[in-house]
Design a protein around this ligand. Structure first.
Ligand SMILES: Cc1cc2nc3c(=O)[nH]c(=O)nc-3n(C[C@H](O)[C@H](O)[C@H](O)COP(=O)(O)O)c2cc1C
Length: 197
């Protein structure tokens, strides 16, 4: 059974915390395994090459990860109501995968973190769906049968998992955010398993 790719960018640790919960959700589905990967930062002018291996956390994504995965989840901090440049930069380099249909028919979902409650989570999540639709992915969200979705006063949306880090940028997830992140990972893994059965 191929892996589910959890590809994210995180500077302060909030999106990384969501990624770990999503991985737990994926691995709660029998036979399914999470593959955590990140993207390097970008600079307006090249100041220094990124280290070949990140000093800590998930390894950098490779094109083969896109080919190998049975489904994927993309995570990015919200930056001005949109995904962060390093994730967009990575996606802009996936023309070859788009041309060859590498991701066509694979289930995919998204996740984000913001400083403020109304700081653009939904616009970020919806805009992250767009490149996935161009790639032919099957977009997966969270259904309201997840009771926590109706009761959350923190993150967690039907469009994807999320965290409200607050003005202090605290990466510690509320339990409801963690459980909805696990539910999203579980749902992508469950669907990927069904599709490849
Ligand atoms: C350039 C920049 C733009 C940001 N834009 C927003 C925004 O539009 N709305 C918001 O609520 N937070 C915004 N933030 C805050 C981040 O989304 C928030 O700190 C997030 O939790 C960071 O995730 P990370 O810890 O995984 O890096 C912005 C941060 C930066 C650096």
């Amino acid at each position: 059974m191929p892996d589910i790719l959890v590809l994210y960018y995180s500077r302060g640790g909030s999106v990384a915390a969501l990624a770990r919960q999503i991985a737990r959700g994926i691995e709660s589905v029998e036979g399914m395994q999470a593959r955590l990967r990140t993207v390097p930062p970008v600079a307006a002018i090249t100041q220094a090459a990124a280290p070949p291996v990140p000093p800590e956390g998930a390894p950098y994504v490779e094109r083969q990860d896109l080919a190998d995965c049975a489904g994927l989840l993309l995570g990015s901090p919200t930056r001005f109501g949109n995904m962060a440049a390093p994730m967009k930069h990575f996606l802009d380099g996936t023309g070859a995968e788009w041309a060859s249909g590498t991701l066509v028919g694979k289930p995919a979902a998204v996740f984000t973190s913001t400083a403020s409650m109304h700081g653009g989570q939904e616009s970020t999540l919806l805009s992250m769906h767009l490149p996935l639709l161009h790639h032919g992915c099957l977009i997966v969200g969270l259904p309201f049968t997840e009771a926590a979705l109706s009761s959350t006063t923190a993150g967690g949306t039907p469009y994807g998992a999320s965290h409200v880090a607050g003005p202090g940028d605290d990466p510690a997830l509320a339990e409801v955010e963690a459980s909805l992140a696990r539910a999203l990972g579980r749902r992508v893994a469950w669907l990927a398993r069904k599709l490849s059965a």
